[in-house]
Write a protein that binds this ligand. Structure first.
Ligand SMILES: *Cc1c(COP(=O)(O)O)cnc(C)c1O
Length: 361
């Protein structure tokens, strides 16, 4: 195999190499069945075992209480932007949203198509460099939920503390799933696309409070109804077989590493190495995000000018560190350091940053 790159992609992103190798070994002949898992009925014994093991491990590793059910859906986190208001908002109820950047704007725009929604705090007023304190949230009467994006993948901003408000929270955790504990009692639903911390694209992992299913809206297409997916244990229609399998393998890997607390510790260590490299550069590298709200998953930074940024990207690429370009909407650089990014990748990057600075003063 060619040497693996240090892949800082924001998503799809680097996955544990052990998991990829294991999947390769099992791919053509799944556990002696004489066929691949993706060739079998999703209602057969092999896939049933895969799906129920993945569900059980997800509940265990995410430390989800039994008041919640995990659902495996398709169409990424993006479909959840619509499914949430379609299922949860009844006439006269409103959805409140924190606008913390590009992804929450997506949730707000789609939410507005399906119900009455409003922005409870607008990060645009602060150039998306921080998250709100609870007292800054302008919450209205008859608000069904407060939707937050726990980590803004593009802006590199995160909620260090989850809000504590009188209505339930809904969290888009696409880009920091399984990197921090979730205070479940505050949430009715958390969701995310798998391709940032959990596996390949094609799977959305949703945890929903079971009580919510009792009076969720029924007058929508069947695929869009949480209660139907819950009643069928995510097998209402053909589920994304391969992504669920790989998600299960990633969960086993996480468990072997020490589970959620190990993931959290690693994220703190890796992100603080990068922020320290930025802080110790005498202003050569800068991070626009307020220190308390800096993401542990997506570290954004700038260089003194666009020309140096381009050189930085070209030279780091040549040195085996790829996908460090910031999102096209904001520019600059971004290192996404999800759970499967080894410490060695971050060490290589901090060393490269120091060297680049010394050579390009
Ligand atoms: C990537 C991302 C999305 C969109 O996810 P898809 O799975 O591509 O639909 C939504 N929210 C956040 C925070 C993301 O990082």
């Amino acid at each position: 195999m060619t040497e693996r790159k240090h892949n800082f992609s924001a998503g799809p992103c680097t996955l544990p190499v052990e998991v990829l190798q294991q999947a390769q070994q099992q791919f053509v002949d799944y556990q002696g069945a004489g066929m691949a898992l993706i060739e079998m009925s999703h209602r057969g014994e092999h896939f049933q075992a895969v799906a129920s093991e993945a569900s059980a491990l997800a509940m265990e590793i995410f430390q989800a209480p039994e008041e919640f059910q995990v659902l495996f859906l398709q169409a990424g986190a993006t479909l959840q932007f619509s499914m949430i208001p379609m299922n949860l908002l009844h006439p006269g109820e409103k959805g409140a949203y924190v606008n913390s950047g590009a992804w929450s704007q997506g949730a707000i725009a789609d939410g507005a198509l399906h119900g009455e929604v409003y922005t409870a705090w607008d990060g645009a007023d602060h150039h998306y460099t921080r998250m709100p304190a609870d007292r800054e949230l302008a919450l209205q009467d008859n608000t069904r939920y407060l939707h937050i994006t726990t980590n803004e993948t593009i802006g590199g901003v995160r909620f260090a503390e989850f809000p504590q408000v009188e209505m339930p929270l809904i969290g888009d955790m696409s880009s920091d799933y399984m990197s921090r504990p979730i205070p479940w009692s505050r949430f009715d639903l958390v969701y995310g696309g798998a391709q940032k911390n959990l596996g390949p694209a094609g799977l959305a992992v949703v945890f929903i409070r079971k009580a919510v299913l009792e009076n969720s809206n029924r007058n929508i297409g069947k695929y869009l109804r949480y209660d139907i997916h819950a009643a069928h244990a995510s097998m209402f229609n053909t589920p994304p077989v391969f992504p669920i399998y790989l998600f299960g393998e990633v969960l086993k890997w996480m468990k072997k590493q020490g589970g959620l607390s190990a993931m959290q510790r690693n994220a703190e260590q890796k992100s603080s190495m990068l922020y320290a490299a930025i802080e110790q550069s005498d202003g050569y590298y800068t991070c626009p995000v307020e220190p308390a709200c800096r993401s542990h998953m997506n570290v954004v930074f700038r260089l003194p000018n666009a020309e140096l940024e381009q050189q930085f990207l070209t030279q780091s690429h040549a040195a085996g560190m790829v996908n460090l370009k910031g999102h096209r909407s904001v520019g600059g650089c971004r290192a996404s350091i999800y759970n499967a990014m080894p410490l060695a990748g971050v060490t290589a990057l901090t060393e490269f940053m120091a060297e680049f600075q010394a050579n390009n003063r």
